[in-house]
Design a protein around this ligand. Structure first.
Ligand SMILES: *Cc1c(COP(=O)(O)O)cnc(C)c1O
Length: 813
């Protein structure tokens, strides 16, 4: 067998041709892009399979501790190109595809994005899997195989329209159904308690609804190291009913069973398009328990198969990271299995459980802190609810007996309070580690949001700033830049991204800066072409590409951005000869379907675009582009072409952000607030290499606590702002004059909860500075290269290294 690393162009070509003939019965000349795509995936899979097997075998024989990353979301995007890259055969494949007469990027685009996530949280999980495998760590993901991923967004007459994302319509070549690992999950039913002869308690469940969880495994490849880890996605199926060959007529239950089957399949039916509040209820809770019960059962089964010691030693071999509170029912589920099935005492089970789980917090937004009505939980999961009650009682009693200073806080710390179950509190009490995702975010958790818990468990709290895989987000998405970097500093940075810092030595080398500028320019050309294809709008590729791509949320303040555009437009209308560097404002954003204000902002952006883009008076100096259906693949197209990275959340609200890191790594300059990881970017590159503006998080938190902000004062005193708001109110942009009134009212009558008006002027000033800086190409490119040089710190390799040593205590395989 030939190793991948030695695969030559002619070998590969022959294999593709053979696959086309054997699997499809066609010749290359007849093959469509999709045919070639499947032929290639089949070639790659043949290489992966033995490596996957070897990696499994190695982990079994080493029997080292393994980490399992539990997440309701994995936003993995496409896999063919990154698998080719990680196998070390991307370049040769590109050559071969060209030789066969195909455009490689069209072949890769035949794959449907796996959009099993909403945004940053799900993308983080995908980047982490890539880094775990690339660093040769035994670490795997557990998630749900939703039949429908995040909705596909269309913009029709400026409005967002949501279409179902049936990503499994074509066979998904990377998954393997693994029926022999299926497990049964139980919902509802009655719990009976018996006393055994030895005085211990036994719990039996009756009349439960049983659901089968069947795993589909996806290989996760390390970069050029032959490591293949596993992402295991669970699918819900009806438990097989043996009707002993009865006909439909004889089997009165047939149609009822069919209905029943359908309702079970709903559990892995679709991803909720929410990363904060707006959501459907009980089914989502079912999904959460479905994920954690199948995963914990699977983990314990594997442990028993590979270890002879008792499960009391589980924490020596297993650590489970829970991505936000969504999988926090894993804690009572572990307790249930240890006590009810393995006959552990409470204390022994609790000791194991609290040494296995580690919890990552992703937000301090109060509307996103998860709670469930206790009746719903009790009805759906009676035994789990009993265990949560017991955890809660013991926890509260402990405070009462041993922490007098916190006695008056018991109500706000209790896991069950006001008839609701508070998932973050459950996660904190049941985990040995609690981490925030950027320094400021962790500080806010300690000082405000989770202050009382921090005083109780100071040793559990730690920070792990998020990261992104530089393999996908630089090497794969921006090959020309990656090549130039390698030409300048050699290839070591690919395995050690911090070595990008060597670029600093060249940040004043004019001729080199010109080369970086040229690469950016080519990327901008490519994006312009794509935009023209998609929208029919011609943009000026000499203009500043100003990019804001992320989920639409009020705290991310796309509204502030579009207000700035309206301001520029108003200025240009008054003075068309104004000396203004042409700008292209590029947006990509989905709004949760029930999030009214977010959808209004999408409508506003598109409405402004439809006016600005066709107004001859402003002589093409402004263009506004809203690209529909923002997802991983679209991000990969836009980011290499960005000049300015808009990271303008209301300070204190963005836990970390990762879009900021992706754009920095591709040489865009951040224009942003001191929020999330922007602060850490700023620590590295300094104020002179980015554009910082606006309220600090202390100022924002102070306003929230003590008042003192009045949006109307700004409306009354700032003509530019009054003009914009009046334009909205008077229907100047709307078809009806009520079109954008909600935005107007939210700002003036709800006192601008996200400080858009307060930060408007400093935002304008930051833009003016950026515009001036852009005119001086050498200075701008020096800033750009400086940003790339420092971006290695934000490789998820770095982040995973920190998780591995500080929290997981795992060794490389
Ligand atoms: C990186 C990424 C995000 C997160 O972006 P933020 O700017 O950090 O909110 C969301 N969606 C997709 C598709 C991404 O690739």
């Amino acid at each position: 067998m030939i190793s991948l690393l030695q695969l030559t162009a002619s070998d590969l070509k022959e294999q593709i041709i053979n696959k086309l003939m054997i699997d499809r019965g066609i010749e290359v000349s007849e093959a469509t892009g999709k045919d070639v795509y499947y032929a290639l995936t089949s070639v790659v899979n043949e290489k992966i399979t033995p490596q996957w097997f070897q990696t499994d075998k190695k982990y079994k024989s080493q029997n080292n501790k393994q980490v399992y990353y539990l997440s309701m979301e994995f936003l993995i995007g496409r896999l063919l190109e990154s698998n080719l890259l990680n196998c070390g055969i991307l370049d040769v494949t590109n050559v071969v595809l060209e030789e066969l007469g195909f455009n490689p990027s069209e072949i890769y685009a035949a794959e449907h994005d796996a959009g099993l996530g909403n945004g940053g949280l799900g993308r983080l999980a995908a980047c982490f899997l890539d880094s775990l495998a690339s660093l040769n760590y035994p670490g795997h993901g557990y998630g749900i195989r939703y039949r429908y991923g995040l909705f596909e967004q269309r913009i029709i007459h400026g409005n967002q329209v949501e279409l179902p994302d049936y990503w499994l319509k074509d066979p998904y070549p990377w998954e393997t159904r693994n029926e022999k690992e299926a497990v049964v999950i139980q919902f509802h039913g009655d719990v009976h308690m018996f006393k055994r002869n030895d005085g211990t308690l036994e719990f039996k469940y009756e009349n439960t609804d049983k659901v089968m969880a069947v795993p589909y495994d996806i290989p996760i490849l390390g970069y050029e190291n032959e490591v293949v880890n596993t992402l295991r996605l669970w699918s819900a199926e009806a438990v097989f009913q043996d009707n002993k060959g009865k006909s439909i007529g004889e089997n009165k239950e047939f149609y009822r069973d069919l209905d029943h089957q359908h309702s079970i399949e709903q559990i892995s039916g679709f991803l909720y398009p929410d990363d904060s509040s707006h959501e459907g209820r009980e089914l989502r809770l079912k999904q959460q328990y479905f994920l954690v019960s199948s995963s914990i059962q699977n983990i314990i089964k594997y442990y028993k198969k590979t270890n002879r010691k008792s499960l009391s030693h589980l924490p020596e071999k297993v650590v489970v990271q829970i991505n936000d509170t969504h999988p926090s029912l894993a804690i009572p589920e572990m307790m249930r299995i240890l006590m009810d099935e393995e006959r552990f005492s409470w204390d022994a089970a609790w000791k194991v459980t609290t040494n296995v789980f580690a919890y990552t917090n992703h937000t301090t937004l109060s509307e996103a802190l998860e709670t469930w009505p206790k009746d719903m939980l009790q009805n759906l999961l009676p035994r789990i609810y009993m265990i949560i009650e017991e955890i809660n009682e013991r926890f509260c009693k402990d405070i009462w007996l041993h922490h007098e200073e916190l006695q008056h806080k018991v109500h706000e710390m209790a896991i069950i309070a006001d008839d609701r179950v508070h998932m973050a509190r459950l996660a904190i009490v049941g985990s040995f580690s609690i981490n925030g995702v950027a320094r400021i975010h962790t500080d806010i958790l300690k000082k405000q949001e989770m202050k009382t818990f921090y005083s109780l468990f100071p040793e559990r709290f730690n920070n792990k700033t998020n990261g992104i895989t530089h393999r996908r987000w630089l090497l794969q998405a921006n090959p020309e830049l990656a090549k130039l970097i390698t030409d300048v500093i050699g290839p070591q940075w690919i395995k050690r991204p911090k070595q990008l810092i060597s670029l600093l030595k060249y940040s004043n080398d004019r001729s080199l800066l010109e080369k970086f500028d040229q690469v950016k320019h080519e990327n901008k050309n490519a994006l312009s072409n794509y935009i023209y294809q998609q929208t029919g709008i011609l943009i000026d590729n000499q203009s500043i590409f100003d990019v804001q791509i992320k989920r639409l949320h009020e705290y991310k303040r796309q509204l502030l951005n579009i207000f700035h555009v309206i301001y520029l437009y108003n200025e240009l209308k008054e003075n068309p000869n104004q000396d203004l560097t042409p700008r292209t404002f590029i947006f990509g954003a989905k709004a949760a379907p029930s999030y009214h204000m977010a959808k209004e902002v999408i409508k506003l952006i598109n409405t402004v675009a439809s006016i600005v883009n066709y107004d001859k008076d402003i002589r093409g100096k402004l263009k506004v582009i809203f690209l529909e259906n923002y997802n991983v693949s679209l991000a990969e197209k836009i980011i290499p072409a960005a000049d300015i990275s808009e990271q303008i959340s209301t300070a204190s609200k963005e836990a970390s952000g990762t879009g900021n890191m992706k754009m920095m790594m591709n040489g865009a300059l951040t224009l942003g607030t001191l929020d999330g990881a922007n602060i850490e970017i700023n620590d590295l590159v300094g104020n002179q290499n980015m554009f910082i503006f606006g309220l600090t998080s202390d100022q924002v938190l102070n306003y929230y606590q003590n008042g003192g902000y009045n949006a109307r004062d700004i409306y009354n005193t700032d003509d530019r702002i009054r003009r914009i708001l009046d334009q909205l109110n008077q229907g100047e942009f709307g078809i009806h004059d009520i079109e954008f009134k909600d935005i107007y009212y939210n700002i003036l009558y709800h006192n601008d909860p996200y400080f858009v008006l307060k930060d408007f002027e400093p935002y304008l000033e930051a833009h003016e500075l950026a515009e001036r800086a852009y005119r001086d190409r050498a200075t701008w490119m020096n800033m750009s290269v400086t940003n790339i040089a420092y971006s290695g710190k934000f490789s998820s390799d770095q982040t995973i290294q920190e998780y591995a040593t500080d929290i997981w205590k795992i060794k490389r395989g």
